[in-house]
Design a protein around this ligand. Structure first.
Ligand SMILES: C[S@@+](CC[C@H](N)C(=O)[O-])C[C@H]1O[C@@H](n2cnc3c(N)ncnc32)[C@H](O)[C@@H]1O
Length: 264
């Protein structure tokens, strides 16, 4: 026998109060989408901004390799003075569309610059943070990039990275993406991000304490626990804990790496 469910409260749709037809391309809807990328982007952004350093927040933030500008938009909405930076030519258009689409973005908080991350068009010591979301692994020359990062950060400044890991260049997803979208772009490169290598390069550039790694569960591969398993985990059950820590150790090396470097 099925029971019918009665709605005791009315459910109403919200209607727009102005009739302008929306016409937003995907370049400005990112990071929101119905595919599996949205949870990952939002989760990683939360981790990234949790690592912002209060003592240098009065200096601007550089969104390095800004792409469609979503990180810049979110930073501006967090009241951070933000500079979007990218090598692609459509950055201005993306940022303008974002500002036009949303009155909550204070345009005075957002600016942009074009250029190559190996030789950035900025004065030394001006940024409190560089946020690098999925862009380091496109740099042809890691040592050159880290030398530039050291040059443009202020004293005490921080570079924060969310990147794919040591298996990136050979993963089936990367190979399929390059085949479908970047086969004819001779400048496009997909590299591995190997923590030990990056640590050495960062130290050589002047980041004397090297990488600070932030291991995180991956939003697309979350482990869940039954109540019993969780009670066992909390009771220090070795096997249940091992499953979790093994996954963290693998994910946060081969698949996804989050780390920061501090300029002394
Ligand atoms: C995978 S996208 C990431 C974009 C954005 N951070 C995001 O998470 O949506 C990588 C970005 O790096 C930029 N890029 C690639 N090589 C670059 C270089 N040498 N200098 C500056 N930006 C570069 C690309 O144009 C692209 O927008």
């Amino acid at each position: 026998m099925t029971k019918s469910v009665k709605h005791t409260c009315p459910i109403e749709l919200i209607k727009k109060t102005n009739d302008e037809p929306p016409n937003y391309s995907s370049s400005i809807t990112e990071p929101f989408s119905t595919d599996r990328a949205a949870p990952r982007l939002l989760f990683d952004f939360g981790v990234m901004t949790s690592l912002l350093k209060p003592t240098v927040l009065h200096q601007p933030v550089l969104d390095f390799g800004a792409g469609s500008g979503w990180v810049s938009e979110f930073c501006a909405r967090m009241d951070l003075q933000t500079v979007a930076f990218d090598i692609h030519g459509d950055l201005k258009g993306c940022l303008e569309k974002r500002i036009d689409a949303d009155g909550r973005i204070e345009s005075a908080k957002l600016s942009f610059a074009h250029g190559d991350g190996h030789a950035m068009p900025f004065e030394p010591d001006i940024f409190g943070h560089l946020l690098c979301y999925d862009t380091l692994h496109h740099m042809h020359d890691y040592p050159k990039f880290f030398a530039e990062l050291f040059r443009i950060l202020c004293k005490g400044g921080r570079g924060i990275f969310v990147e794919p890991g040591a298996n990136h260049s050979t993963s089936p997803d990367t190979i399929a993406f390059v085949e479908a979208q970047k086969k004819h772009d001779p400048d496009w490169i997909e590299r591995d991000v190997i923590l030990e290598e990056i640590d050495q390069i960062a130290r050589a550039a002047g980041f004397e304490s090297g990488l600070h790694i932030v291991p995180m569960p991956h939003p697309l591969e979350l482990q869940t626990f039954s109540m019993t398993e969780w009670s066992n985990f909390r009771a220090k059950n070795g096997l249940v804990r091992k499953k979790f820590t093994d996954q963290l150790a693998t994910l946060n090396y081969f698949d996804r790496v989050i780390f920061y470097v501090d300029k002394p």
